[in-house]
Design a protein around this ligand. Structure first.
Ligand code: COA
Length: 570
């Protein structure tokens, strides 16, 4: 079928659907929901059999839904309606939730139901639920709806006629319904409210007497203080006391500014707080905020890095490199780089870079510092001589994050994960992280150039087929991690492991003799300096819009295939 994806943005769910539907042989094109007339134009150009709307913020015009079946993906159970579906589900502590695919009609979310899938809720942030349970359920529901549509015999039914409709219309959740009472609210209540608002819109609050929005909350098991006071800091997070304990706040958006690591949002106030550092890289025995955590099981070392949104600032890269250096000295045979629950890595930290210019510094300098820090981390990985390194991607990876993963000997990816191994979307960024060394030796230079040029997301299966990765592992996050540990244990137990490690060292020496890593790095950085300091400001403009979430004013041509003159021939 010819399917038009109509969406507010090319977010992870839209990317996943686009990739999966293409793999099923459907012809896919994408149009951003910018204006009714633009959508009408896209429909006229593409003449789709069906429109799927994975992520919309406004209604589809009647001129379209009255002519073509439009399937809306709603992140709620059958009968649920309204723009804050997940927020209410989290705040009301629903135990089960779901995704419904319904047909667009005149009334919002009230059309007949084509498919629905339910899932068990998890004590996690809205964005984490969206990236895991909702995305998975949405893919299943859309595929089911498409099969039904193709059958030609399925008649979608109104929600109220279906068994157990348990949703209802709920309005946009207001900040007054999210508000925190630090004197009275327990830590569990504060966490729940912050989970329901992550990563947008956050909870409106004030800190150090300044209005701000809070994001990225983590429980604290032992530290206490006077309710409402900010009692400590750790690296980039702040700890604030609740009625019965304390909660860590990882990210803050101050009025008129962008979302930043908490201590960077309030640098002077944070400075005067006691630093509650952790004694080592080992994972803390009790719940607390710990962005880098090491675990060991027999011959296996596991290094987790839970960086918000997968973004890695200069200081996070430096600290992770220090942890990696330390982990390499442990008596293990396989070292697994686990990333975080939602993302493995999305490369350099664009918000922290942007913040440098907001505070009178230079975003170009900070960009260069960040790319050098992530390069140093990649180099530390490439030069691991005593262990096999495995990047275990349980969450998505993008841009430099993909090549950081490729700096490991093996890359194992969870089946539901999506990779974006290219840089150009960020204002034609050339990219570094030794990609010019790592990518062509895996795929050949032609395929490497094509990946960079085409800028398409890759499913885990496709990435394996292309040779970019080494395994695609089924299962939800915990099942994936259990399977990864088993495979790594088998690798560590292989009798010829010592010879294989020796062969890896030799192969590195051979490559180094032909062309040193320093030469690849210098060539990449020459291009990157042009991006950062050169005449063309595209990267700075793209980053400016990315961190401020500027609404798109057109659909990029590489996505809107119907706007290519020759698309009908392809
Ligand atoms: N730096 C800072 N923030 C980043 C980031 C980065 N490198 N990559 C993603 N984010 C943030 C987004 O701003 C968004 O923030 P929010 O929680 O405030 O909304 C959040 O992560 C999720 O990103 P989103 O784009 O909604 O996720 P996605 O899964 O739909 O898309 C990517 C993933 C990787 C395609 C997309 O985030 C992206 O293009 N990131 C930039 C990658 C990049 O160019 N890195 C720099 C070059 S190394």
């Amino acid at each position: 079928m010819r399917i038009l994806l109509l969406t507010h943005a090319f977010n992870s769910l839209t990317q996943r659907l686009s990739a999966e539907l293409q793999q099923l042989g459907h012809q896919i094109s994408i149009e951003f929901d910018i204006a009714d007339s633009v959508t009408e134009e896209a429909v006229a150009l593409f003449a789709p059999d069906l429109i799927v709307a994975p992520y919309l913020r406004r209604a589809i015009p009647e001129s379209i839904w009255s002519r073509i079946v439009c399937l809306i993906v709603h992140p709620g159970v059958v009968g649920d309606r309204g723009p804050s579906a997940l927020d209410w589900a989290i705040q009301n502590q629903e135990t089960d939730w779901g995704v419904t695919v319904l047909q667009a009609t005149a009334e919002m979310d009230a059309g007949p139901v084509w498919a629905s899938v339910t899932f068990a809720m998890r004590g996690a942030s809205k964005s984490s639920l969206y990236r895991h349970e909702v995305t998975q359920a949405a893919c299943s529901a859309v595929l089911q709806a498409l099969r039904r549509f193709e059958s030609g015999s399925f008649v979608p039914q109104p929600a109220e006629t279906l068994p157990r409709p348990h949703g209802q219309w709920r309005p946009l959740m207001r900040q007054s319904e999210r508000s925190l009472d630090w004197q009275r609210d327990s830590s569990a209540t504060v966490l729940n409210k912050l989970y329901a608002a992550d990563g947008f819109p956050g909870v409106a609050d004030s800190l150090f007497g300044q209005p701000c929005h809070l994001f990225d909350a983590w429980p604290e098991a032992t530290l206490r203080g006077t309710p409402g006071t900010v009692i400590a800091r750790r690296e980039t997070a702040l700890l604030r006391a609740t009625a019965d304990g304390a909660v860590w706040i990882g990210h803050i958006k101050r009025a008129g500014s962008i979302k930043l690591p908490a201590t960077l949002a309030f640098p002077e106030d944070s400075e005067s707080l006691p630093q509650q550092g952790l004694p080592s890289w080992w994972r803390s025995a009790t719940p607390t905020w710990q962005d880098i955590a090491y675990e060991e099981a027999g011959q296996l070392g596991f290094l987790f890095f839970e960086f918000y949104n997968g973004a890695m600032s200069s200081s996070q890269c430096d600290r992770l490199r220090a942890a990696l250096h330390w982990a390499k000295l442990r008596p293990t045979k396989v070292l697994l780089l686990m990333g975080g629950d939602d993302f493995w890595s999305n490369g350099i930290h664009l918000n922290v870079i942007e913040a440098a210019s907001l505070s009178g510094g230079s975003a170009a300098d900070e960009s260069l510092r960040n790319i050098n820090a992530i390069n140093d981390l990649a180099l530390e990985l490439i030069n691991t001589e005593q262990q096999f390194t495995v990047a275990a991607l349980g969450g998505n990876a993008g841009a430099g994050g993909c090549f950081l993963a490729r700096a490991c000997d093996l890359v194992w990816v969870r089946e539901a994960v999506l990779l974006n191994p290219h840089y150009k979307n960020m204002g034609n960024l050339y990219g570094s992280e030794y990609w010019t060394y790592l990518l062509p030796r895996r795929m050949g230079s032609g395929a490497a150039q094509a990946i960079m040029r085409e800028r398409q997301p890759m499913t885990a299966r496709h990435a394996l087929q292309t040779g970019f990765t080494d395994a695609c592992v089924d299962g939800e996050l915990q099942a994936f991690r259990a399977e990864v540990a088993q495979r790594a244990a088998a690798l560590a137990a292989e009798p010829d492991l010592a010879q294989r490690l020796a062969a890896k060292r030799e192969s590195r020496q051979y490559d180094e003799a032909i062309k040193p890593l320093a030469a690849y790095r210098e060539e990449e950085l020459t291009q990157m300096r042009r991006n950062f300091y050169g005449f063309d400001p595209s990267y700075h403009i793209a980053r400016h819009h990315f961190v401020r979430k500027s609404p798109a004013s057109w659909t990029p041509r590489h996505l809107a295939r119907h706007r290519d003159l020759g698309w009908k021939l392809s």
